[in-house]
Ligand binder design. Structure first.
Ligand code: SAH
Length: 345
């Protein structure tokens, strides 16, 4: 029998054939692969020791092999039922995950990095800096954790937690494939949100996934965007929109644009008109997100009337638009409120 390497990769994220190969390398019959797969993805096993269908003697040899599950470090329930989790990873790092229930949906907002290097001016996560990319299993784990805690199937996933997924694209894509193939979540129910990294949207299109791409736009012209998003200095609005148009052409999927409304900054009718001009002529949708307050900056959320005027200007120009009021505000679980510095509280 081959000795198990203590440093072997966590098993979560592996497919049925990969797990079958792995058990066979351990000198076990192939059907143990199917058992392992079911215990990891359906029964939520946290360690191999729990897998009681495995022979005791083999289990004792597997103590150093990790499935790759996190532990819940802290859990806060908001008044609207949204649950914010702080999950502790194997190296002690902590990330945030949010479970957002409605009557017929359970959405998980997953993190793709510990912290975030993008430093968008209005976002709490960026204020805490960047620590590291998440591994594939650390992304998949977040979904299983919420599913188990709610005791209800997750229907939707949004990559809108901490981090910039296209700076960790390989692991984010591997997690999407696993969540689709092994956890059974339709690709169309998965949204990847990005602030845009030059060349990466085009590259993502090549993968021909059926996921929804959301692009955090937040501004109607280049200089305003640079003011809000430091990385925009190296990525023109035209270049970003050109990649988005190509994404629609390559995948047949429309792009969704996120736009945080900051009173007096990017929410004037002139901004709406400018935005509509940029978005004309390809399949897209605008999601307006009224600003959620964070401590470090003094932006204001626009009034309902200001928001409605912005919506009207876009609709008059035939732009599909919706306003997304964030859930979980009173648990600091809303968009832009996930941060590293508060995590030990
Ligand atoms: N880095 C990716 C994924 C994180 S998504 C991206 O930026 O798209 C985080 C979402 O929350 C983005 O749409 C972001 O614009 C929004 N957001 C950030 N700070 C916010 C705030 N203070 N109020 C409301 N939405 C915010």
């Amino acid at each position: 029998m081959i000795a198990v390497q203590p440093t072997s990769k966590p098993l979560l994220g592996a497919s049925l054939p990969e797990l079958t190969d792995w058990v066979q390398q351990q000198g076990q019959p192939a059907y143990r692969g199917k058992q392992l797969y079911q215990w990891i993805y359906q029964k939520g096993a946290k360690s191999l020791g729990e897998i009681t269908v495995f022979p005791k003697q083999w289990r004792s040899q597997l103590e150093d092999v990790s499935i790759g599950r996190s532990t819940i470090h802290y859990r806060a329930v908001a008044s609207d039922g949204t649950v914010k989790y702080l999950l502790k990873l194997a190296d002690g790092q902590i990330i945030e995950t949010v479970g957002i229930p409605t009557r017929d949906r359970l959405t998980v907002c997953v993190s793709s990095q510990v912290g975030c290097p993008m430093a968008c001016d209005f976002c709490a996560t960026g204020k805490g800096g960047f620590i590291r990319n998440l591994e594939t299993h650390e992304i998949v784990d977040q979904v299983l954790t919420v599913q188990e805690d709610f005791d209800r199937r997750v229907s939707h996933i949004v990559f809108m937690g901490m981090g910039e997924p296209l700076l960790n694209a390989e692991n984010a894509i591997a997690a999407i494939i696993c969540l689709n193939r092994d956890v059974g979540i339709g690709q169309r129910m998965i949204t990847l949100s990005t602030v845009g990294i030059p060349g990466r949207i085009r590259k993502l299109a090549e993968r021909q996934l059926q996921i929804t791409l959301a692009v955090s736009l937040h501004a109607s012209n280049q200089s305003l965007r640079e003011q809000l998003i430091p990385s925009a200095k190296a990525y023109s609005l035209e270049a970003l929109l050109s990649e988005c148009r190509d994404y629609v052409k390559a995948t047949g999927r429309r792009v969704s644009f996120e736009y945080v409304l900051l009173s007096g900054v990017n929410d004037l009718p002139t901004h709406a008109i400018e935005l509509a001009n940029h978005l004309r002529g390809f399949q897209n949708h605008v999601n307006l997100i009224p600003y959620n307050p964070i401590n470090e900056v003094d932006y204001q959320r626009p009034s309902p009337q200001q928001i409605q005027t912005f919506v009207d200007e876009l609709e008059q120009r035939k732009i599909a638009v919706s306003v997304r009021y964030s859930r979980g505000l009173d648990a600091d679980a809303a968009c832009g409120q996930l941060r590293a510095s508060k995590l030990e509280s």
